[in-house]
Structure formats: structure tokens, C-alpha cells
Design a protein around this ligand. Structure first.
Ligand SMILES: CSC[C@H]1O[C@@H](n2cnc3c(O)ncnc32)[C@H](O)[C@@H]1O
Ligand SMILES: [Zn+2]
Length: 433
């Protein structure tokens, strides 16, 4: 833990000159066209405070507007920050701790026993490690479900990141009531904190850990606090069988019957769905967090993403925790999503690059109910990444959208801006070009 805290503190020091909400102008950078067409145009992007003021030709700069800081964008692609729709940040501490196992064995025999021994401090440092990894690889918002969430929220506040945080809730055993109490206190203390960068959700873990009477209590809390619900759904065949045995329903039917989908809901995984389940998710406006690498590694299956998209369900992308992935790299996750569904459908037209990039940005934001996040548009939050295109693997520049999905690497991310602030360590290099 000592070594980990030294690494993180040194990252914080490198990023010490975070630029605070100034008038920032990124000049002549590449901007992707809205329709993901081949040609990326060049243009300027202006930020004032926490918001985008102007992008390329969109919007007008006031005549007397003068940038306080100018960045030359010549070799940079400017993108909305990536949105990791489902993770368990502090599980970085369990990276490569238990691999090559199926979900339930992995959880019951390996993960839950060691999680029972984690302390609040562990969760702070594990979350901090995740934040460094996510920010340095271009993620600007994440949606998390774990415990000791006060400490996770502290880490988020310090890092400058945007996050939707949920205290995970298991409805059996002594933890059940404590979890509800803690969720209530968490909502009261942290909803809208860190200048609005933190949103608090409720995190009933899964249909198989949350019996009906417990889900009802969670929903009563959701009603009182107008909070969203973040839940694992239909992740494995075993889950579907177990819920069918218990309630004679699919996991989605079970949650629908309890009234879960009447609230803003983020359903993680959704691997094993019926056609009827997909209609329910579409009709209720439920967002889905697709986690292809975790689903592949735990051999849970392949989520019916093309079918969900055809039904107009909003699908974002997540990494899941670092113990089942084993990293938090959203560029890699995009590439996996695109390739997995093409080969699964035996159709290279499935999940084209522009669609996958939207899932990892604007669609992810919509799945998290963040209305002014995820797009480079005037009035939107200034959550922006600059990717350094001057890399052997990013030449020639035929199609920059494709480059982001199929060729870019985490280390290409140069500058990360969240809420108008530069939050990463490498960013200062731009100043000296
Ligand atoms: C109660 S806090 C969250 C809880 O979820 C566990 N978890 C991590 N990955 C998964 C997954 O893929 N499916 C179900 N549960 C998962 C994590 O270890 C925490 O205990
Ligand atoms: Zn998960």
C-alpha cells in the first residue's frame, strides 16, 4: 500500500498545475464529423469555465473574448472524454488476484471473501489507482458500484473526475439494512458534490442477491431521493436459471414486476435476454452497460448488442472491475466491442466504428442520465480529451474515427480536460510546442 500511495501521490504532483476553469482555446485541432464520415475537419475549440463555448464552425465567440491559455492542436484529435458506464473502481486492488474462473465461483470463493477484509482506506487507494488509470487513458466519467463509498467519493473529488457512484447493496445477511442506511447517508452527503461532478445512484447488486422485499425498500429510497438504479442484470445463464426457479421469470421480468424500471435504470451486462426482455428495456428507457471484455473473460456470453441497438435501447460501454478485465482501458474496450460483435454476427457491418465511439461517449452519457455530457457541442460540459496523433500506429490519417476504435492506445491520450480543468499529468507538454 505504501508503494501504491507513492505512485499516486507522484501522479498528483505531476498534474499539480491543473488549469482551473480558464478561458482556454485549442487551436486548429482535428475534430470528428458528426456522422463519423472519413474526413475529419480542422477547427478551434473554445472553453470557458466548465463548458464548451465554441467548436469549429458551431457557435460564436463574443467579439471581446480573449483566451487566457492557448494550445496548438496541430497534431491532436479532440474528442469528448470516454465514459466508462460500469466498473467497480477499487477492484484495481484485486487485479490478477483471481483469473480464469466462471462468475459465481469467482465471486463466492475468491472475490467476496477478500472483499470482506477490505478497509475504507483500501477502497480510497484502490479507487485512486483506478482514477489514475482511467484519466490517463482518456476516461472522464465513470459509473461505479462498491462499498466504503464515502472514501471513493473523496478520491473522485480530489481527482477532478466526473462520476455516478452507488453503494452496492446485497439484500441478504447482516449487510442488508446497513447498506440501505449507508446509501441514504451517502445520498444526503454527496448528491451533486464536487461542483456537480458527483451523482449518487442506488446499487442493488443483482436479482440473485436482492429478494423482492429488499428491492422494494431500495425503490422506496429511490423514490424519496429521486435516485437512479444501477444493477447487474442477466449476466450468466446460471442467473437466468436461478431467477426462473425462484420466481418463474427472467431477471428482466422480475425487475419489471418489482417496478425497478419506473426509475432511471442502468442495467449492467444484459447478456442473456429474450426478445420480450429487449422490448421491456426499450419501452422503459432503461440504459444498458455493455462490458464485452469482462463477459469474455468470465465466459458469461455475448450480449445481444446489435438487437438492443435495433430496438433503440441506449447502450453504453463499461470495463467492469479490474479483477475481471483486467484493466480499465476504454479504448481497448471499444475495439473489443466492435470486433466481438462483427465476428459473432459474421458481418463486418455490425457495430461500425462511429457507432462504437458514440456508445463510449454520447450514448454512455445518456445511459447515465447526464444531459450535457458526452458531445463536443457549445453549452456541453468541457469534458474533452486530446489524442496525440503523431504515432506510427496512427499514420496515415485516412479515418480518425476508425483510428480511435481500431488503432489508438491509452498512451496516445495526451490531455484530459474535465469540467474545464486539465486533470492529467502529461498535459503541460502542450504549452511548450
Ligand atoms: C456490492 S458492491 C459490488 C459487488 O459486485 C461485485 N462484482 C464485480 N464484478 C461483478 C460482476 O461481473 N458480476 C456481479 N458482481 C460483480 C464486486 O465484487 C462487489 O462485491
Ligand atoms: Zn460489475
Amino acid at each position: 500500500m505504501m508503494y501504491l500511495s507513492c505512485v499516486i501521490i507522484s501522479w498528483k504532483v505531476t498534474a499539480r498545475e491543473r488549469v482551473n476553469n480558464v478561458k482556454l482555446l485549442i487551436k486548429n485541432c482535428y475534430l470528428l464529423p458528426d456522422d463519423g464520415d472519413a474526413a475529419a475537419a480542422r477547427g478551434d475549440l473554445a472553453i470557458e469555465g466548465d463548458r464548451i463555448l465554441k467548436v469549429g464552425d458551431e457557435g460564436e465567440l463574443p467579439r471581446d473574448w480573449k483566451a487566457e491559455r492557448v494550445m496548438e492542436g496541430e497534431d491532436y484529435l479532440c474528442l469528448p472524454g470516454l465514459i466508462n458506464c460500469h466498473t467497480h473502481a477499487a477492484m484495481t486492488l484485486l487485479r490478477s488476484y483471481a483469473d480464469d474462473l466462471p462468475l459465481m465461483y469467482w465471486l463466492e470463493k475468491k472475490i467476496w471473501p477478500i472483499e470482506a477484509r477490505l478497509t475504507a482506506d483500501d477502497v480510497y487507494w484502490g479507487t485512486m489507482l483506478a482514477l489514475v488509470e482511467m484519466i490517463e487513458s482518456g476516461t472522464t466519467t465513470f459509473s461505479d458500484m462498491y462499498f466504503f463509498m464515502d472514501r471513493a467519493a473523496e478520491a473522485v473529488e480530489e481527482s477532478g473526475m466526473r462520476a455516478c457512484l452507488a453503494r452496492g447493496l446485497v439484500g441478504t445477511g447482516s449487510e442488508a439494512e446497513t447498506g440501505l442506511e449507508e446509501s441514504k447517508e451517502f445520498l444526503e452527503k454527496w448528491q451533486g458534490a464536487a461542483k456537480g461532478r458527483i451523482s449518487i445512484w442506488l446499487g442493488p447488486h443483482a436479482p440473485y442477491t436482492c429478494p423482492p422485499d429488499y428491492l422494494d425498500k431500495v425503490l422506496a429510497l429511490a423514490q424519496d431521493y429521486r435516485a437512479g438504479i444501477h444493477i447487474h442484470v442477466a449476466e450468466t445463464k446460471d442467473e437466468v436459471e436461478q431467477i426462473n426457479k425462484l420466481y418463474g421469470k427472467t431477471p428482466v421480468e422480475y425487475l419489471k414486476e418489482r417496478g425497478v424500471f419506473q426509475f432511471t435504470t442502468l442495467a449492467a451486462h444484459c447478456v442473456h435476454l429474450t426478445a420480450e426482455d429487449i422490448s421491456v428495456l426499450a419501452e422503459t428507457g432503461t440504459g444498458v452497460a455493455h462490458n464485452p471484455e469482462s463477459n469474455m473473460k468470465l465466459a458469461s456470453g455475448i450480449a445481444p448488442v446489435p438487437q438492443l441497438l435495433a430496438a433503440e435501447v441506449t447502450v453504453g460501454i463499461g470495463t467492469d472491475g479490474a479483477a475481471s478485465n483486467n484493466n480499465l482501458d476504454m479504448l481497448e474496450e471499444m475495439r473489443t466491442a466492435a470486433l466481438l460483435h462483427k465476428v459473432n454476427q459474421m458481418d463486418p457491418l455490425t457495430l461500425p466504428a462511429p457507432q462504437v465511439l458514440s456508445m463510449a461517449t454520447g450514448d454512455g452519457a445518456r445511459a447515465l442520465g447526464l444531459e450535457d455530457v458526452g458531445l463536443l457541442k457549445p453549452g456541453y460540459k468541457a469534458d474533452i480529451i486530446l489524442v496525440d496523433l503523431n504515432q506510427a500506429h496512427l499514420y496515415p490519417r485516412h479515418n480518425l474515427t476508425s483510428h480511435m476504435v481500431y488503432a489508438a492506445q491509452a498512451s496516445d491520450v495526451d490531455t484530459v480536460i474535465i469540467d474545464g480543468r486539465i486533470v492529467n499529468g502529461k498535459a503541460q507538454s502542450l504549452d511548450h510546442r
